[in-house]
Design a protein around this ligand. Structure first.
Ligand SMILES: C[S@@+](CC[C@H](N)C(=O)[O-])C[C@H]1O[C@@H](n2cnc3c(N)ncnc32)[C@H](O)[C@@H]1O
Ligand SMILES: *[C@@H]1O[C@H](CO)[C@@H](O)[C@H](O)[C@H]1NC(C)=O
Ligand SMILES: CC(=O)N[C@H]1CO[C@H](CO)[C@@H](O)[C@@H]1O
Length: 260
């Protein structure tokens, strides 16, 4: 109110001075806003370890494909739509080759899935879990610490899915399991990539594998020695055995079970 009365009373001379002062003032405000924006950007980028990891090993040629909004995949006679959101969600938002390869492996070996209770860890866009749900699984829990892509995708592909068979669940490795029911099969595609999470992931596998009957299938792209290191920790410290049951290009599928 005071400012309003002040403005009405200013003479044209003061008005001119006021306007001259306004331009530098605006540019100062702009500079401050820009600075805060940049600062936040640095803080946010630094906070997400997985985004940083990604930059190290992804070839630039991949990025072009990933930036497309919706990609179509033909698996098990169904055309799956997978929405990709590279900019907003980093690794959770793009579909990886190993997801396709694991999906196709499951289609070819659907006896491993039929009638089983399945959990997918680090599901990302949810393709593996969705394909699994069409192979006669009793139930499929698709889990990740980033849920938005899974949700969107389940709804994009709902025509192909039996809704009572597939459940999206928030789950971060190492934390208490998101479900109490017995699990027969654990799936994970391209989830071996952040060394700091290996002990958490191994802890989760230990919780899920209550006996050697529980089957774990992990697909992984060989990058540096990351996968080798994970397997070493899993076999030596974790009490598991592992066999390579499929290889396609640089992607391997590991069949893992708890030792007695
Ligand atoms: C490289 S992506 C693979 C996604 C998907 N499985 C695929 O193959 O397309 C790794 C996924 O693991 C998830 N992830 C990473 N760390 C996690 C953690 N500690 N707990 C749960 N999920 C995690 C990420 O959100 C991401 O979706
Ligand atoms: C959907 O899934 C549930 C739970 O696995 C199952 O009982 C039901 O028969 C399925 N429905 C169809 C149409 O396949
Ligand atoms: C099965 C399931 O939970 N589907 C979800 C897919 O995403 C939509 C929108 O985000 C949800 O409303 C559905 O519940």
């Amino acid at each position: 109110m005071y400012a309003l009365i002040y403005r009405i009373n200013v003479t044209s001379n003061i008005k001119k001075q006021f306007l001259h002062g306004l331009i530098p003032m605006c540019s100062n405000v702009f500079t401050i806003v820009l600075f805060i924006h940049l600062l936040l950007n640095v803080v946010m980028t630094d906070r997400d370890q997985s985004n940083k990891e990604l930059v190290l090993y992804t070839q630039p040629s991949f990025l072009k494909v990933f930036s497309k909004d919706v990609r179509l995949f033909e698996v098990n006679g169904v055309t799956w739509k997978v929405k990709q959101d590279w900019n907003q969600l980093g690794v959770a938002g793009v579909i990886w080759e190993s997801a396709l390869i694991l999906s196709r492996y499951l289609v070819d070996n659907n006896h491993l899935i039929k009638g089983r209770s399945v959990i997918e860890l680090g599901a990302g866009t949810g393709l593996v879990g969705m394909v699994t749900a069409t192979l006669g699984a009793e139930s499929v829990a698709v889990t990740d610490k980033e849920m938005r892509m899974i949700q969107e995708n389940l709804s994009l592909n709902r025509d192909h899915l039996n809704q009572s068979c597939i459940t999206p669940l928030f789950y971060e490795w190492g934390s208490p399991l998101p479900l109490s029911s017995h699990i027969d099969v654990v799936l994970g595609s391209d989830i071996i990539y952040i060394e700091e999470t290996y002990p958490l992931l191994i802890h989760t596998l230990n919780e899920l594998c209550t006996s050697p009957d529980v089957l774990v299938l992990l697909s992984a792209q060989e990058r540096y020695d990351k996968v080798k290191l994970f397997m070493k920790q899993l076999l030596q410290g974790g009490g598991f055995t592992s066999n390579v049951v499929g290889t396609e290009g640089t992607v391997r599928i590991f069949s893992i079970r708890k030792t007695l």
